[in-house]
Design a protein around this ligand. Structure first.
Ligand code: FAD
Length: 279
């Protein structure tokens, strides 16, 4: 595969010292990919704020381009501005701007920032062009949207507010991705939309996630995975095969790059990457 394609990785902040040590090891293992950046998730309401900053520091100390996520729901505007200032001081110049989902039990904060587009506007207002801003895209529609076209229009609002590029929610159906990009282009929007890819390693976990975030696992994939039962080796090997084919299809047909949701693990991402490299 040509290196004209963009590859990025995503981590979440480790929960304890052991997990932080494991993440260091994962990072080293994934360096062979030479990722364009590694992004670090941010818990809505600031629940992982310190962990996000710490992980960004850890990556930057190793010379890796680190891209923090920032979500606006449940956070006061002045706190968000404070976090942005911290990012800037740490040398961060690219971020993923999100609305976020509030953890259950956490109250809404009336901060004038209801949607990611409000956060994008706030960042542009206070920091001009300092940050390259990524936003989230949903080829299979965000689960709370009224309709695909309403969701597309809301996505376009984020672009008009100043987003530079986007990363999609994961999907296993390349047609959904290309349909989304085509509909954007028909509306004159041509920003790069990086395909977010979730390796398949654990069927029950993937089913749970997918239900929450509205990602469809195609029937034939679900049936094959279900049939493997507890045979994790077969699930992993089938998952690597299916996801490698998906990535190849995306790249061959013009997707500008791939963002791997690594779940802080290296093996599946590396296996998929190697399949692409050798294709
Ligand atoms: P928005 O773009 O604000 O959209 C949310 C919903 O509101 C959509 O249904 C949209 O159609 C609708 N909407 C938008 N504008 C309007 C409007 N003006 N009027 C009416 N409806 C509107 N979550 C985290 O908590 N932390 C993370 O680090 C994180 N990282 C992510 C990274 C990626 C690449 C992706 C795809 C998702 C990530 N998420 C993360 C999950 C994300 O926060 C949720 O999907 C959340 O529900 C929506 O966030 P958003 O930024 O897409 O919201």
């Amino acid at each position: 595969m040509s290196r004209q394609n963009f590859f990025s990785l995503e981590f979440f902040p480790p929960r304890d010292v052991e997990a932080a040590e494991r993440l260091q090891k994962t990072t080293q293992e994934l360096l062979v990919i030479n990722p364009d950046f590694i992004s670090v998730t941010f818990g809505a309401g600031g629940s992982t704020q310190e962990g996000t900053l710490e992980t960004v520091r850890m990556l930057k100390a190793q010379g890796i381009k680190a891209v923090p996520h920032l979500s606006c729901i449940g956070n006061k505007a002045d706190r968000i501005l404070g976090i942005l200032e911290q990012f800037k001081q740490m040398g961060v110049d690219r971020i993923v701007a999100l609305r976020g989902d509030l953890p259950s039990g956490m109250g809404l904060v009336d901060n004038g920032l209801r949607y990611a587009s409000d956060l994008v506007s706030l960042i542009r207002q206070h920091h001009g062009d300092h940050f390259h801003i990524e936003v989230a895209a949903y080829p299979e529609m965000h689960p709370q949207a009224d309709s695909p076209s309403a969701d597309l229009d809301h996505f376009i609002t984020k672009v008009k507010a100043g987003a530079d590029s986007a990363i999609t929610q994961y999907f296993y159906n390349a047609d959904a991705y290309f349909d989304f990009v085509n509909r954007l282009q028909a509306k004159g929007i041509n920003i790069p939309v990086i395909a977010g890819i979730m390796p398949i390693t654990n069927y029950s976990q993937l089913s749970r996630f997918s239900q929450m975030c509205g990602a469809e696992i195609p029937r034939w994939i679900r049936l094959r995975l279900a049939e493997f039962g507890d045979d994790r080796a077969s699930i992993r090997s089938f998952g690597i095969e299916v996801v490698s084919q998906l990535c190849q299809q995306l790249i061959d047909n013009g997707a500008p790059g791939i963002h791997f949701y690594t779940l802080n693990q290296s093996a599946a991402t590396l296996a998929i990457w190697n399949n692409l490299n050798n294709a």
